[in-house]
Design a protein around this ligand. Structure first.
Ligand SMILES: [Zn+2]
Length: 184
C-alpha cells in the first residue's frame, strides 16, 4: 500500500494517542519497515492490518469502526495533497463522482505502482448515489470513512448503507449514499 496511507496512520496515532502508543504498536507488530514510512514508497498491506488489529485489542474498539475512523482522518490528508485541482467542486456528490475517472487516473499516472480500488456509480435520485467498491484489499470500511471525511470537508451530512459486502460473499461492495444536505 502507498506510503502516504502509512504516514497518515502514524500521524493519527501520534496526534490522538501519543508517540509512546505509536512506538508500542511498532514494537508489538514488528513490521519489516520498522515503522519508518515515506509517502512515495510502497509497504506491505499486512503492516497496516497488523497494527489495526493490535490497536483494536488495545482499545477494545472493533476493527471495522477503527478502520472507518482512520478513513475519515485520512481524507483530510489526501484532500490536501490531491494531484488534481478540485477547488471548483463545491459539494460532496460532485466530488465523489470524479474520484474514479479523474482523481484516481491522475494518482495512477504519478504512482504507476499504486493499486487503487475502482468505483462504479449509479444515480438513484438527486439525493441518492450508489458507489460500487471493488478492490482485492476489501478495505470498504476505509472508503466509508473517506466518504464521511469528504462530507466533513464539504460541511454536509450523509447516511451510508452497505447492504452488499465483499466480506459477505458479494463480488463488490454496494455503498448507498444518501445526501442530507449542508449542515447549519
Ligand atoms: Zn464491504
Amino acid at each position: 500500500m502507498q506510503g502516504s496511507i502509512y504516514t497518515a496512520f502514524s500521524d493519527m496515532i501520534v496526534e490522538q494517542m501519543g508517540m509512546e502508543q505509536w512506538n508500542e504498536l511498532i514494537e508489538q507488530t514488528d513490521p519489516p519497515s520498522q515503522g519508518i514510512y515515506t509517502s512515495g514508497e510502497q509497504y506491505l498491506d499486512s503492516e497496516l492490518i497488523n497494527m489495526v488489529q493490535a490497536l483494536s485489542i488495545k482499545t477494545g474498539i472493533d476493527v471495522e469502526p477503527l478502520i472507518e475512523k482512520f478513513g475519515r482522518y485520512l481524507f483530510k490528508k489526501l484532500y490536501d495533497t490531491s494531484p488534481v485541482d478540485i477547488s471548483n467542486l463545491n459539494n460532496l456528490k460532485s466530488f465523489l463522482l470524479v474520484i474514479d475517472n479523474l482523481i484516481h487516473v491522475e494518482v495512477k499516472r504519478l504512482h504507476p505502482e499504486a493499486y487503487l480500488p475502482t468505483f462504479e456509480y449509479e444515480t438513484i435520485d438527486d439525493n441518492t448515489l450508489i458507489m460500487y467498491y471493488s478492490s482485492k484489499r476489501k478495505l470498504c470500511h476505509v472508503s466509508i470513512g473517506l466518504i464521511f471525511g469528504a462530507a466533513d470537508q464539504f460541511n454536509e451530512t450523509v447516511l451510508i448503507e452497505h447492504p452488499e459486502c465483499m466480506h459477505h460473499g458479494a463480488s463488490r461492495c454496494k455503498l448507498v449514499i444518501n445526501f442530507k444536505g449542508h449542515n447549519e
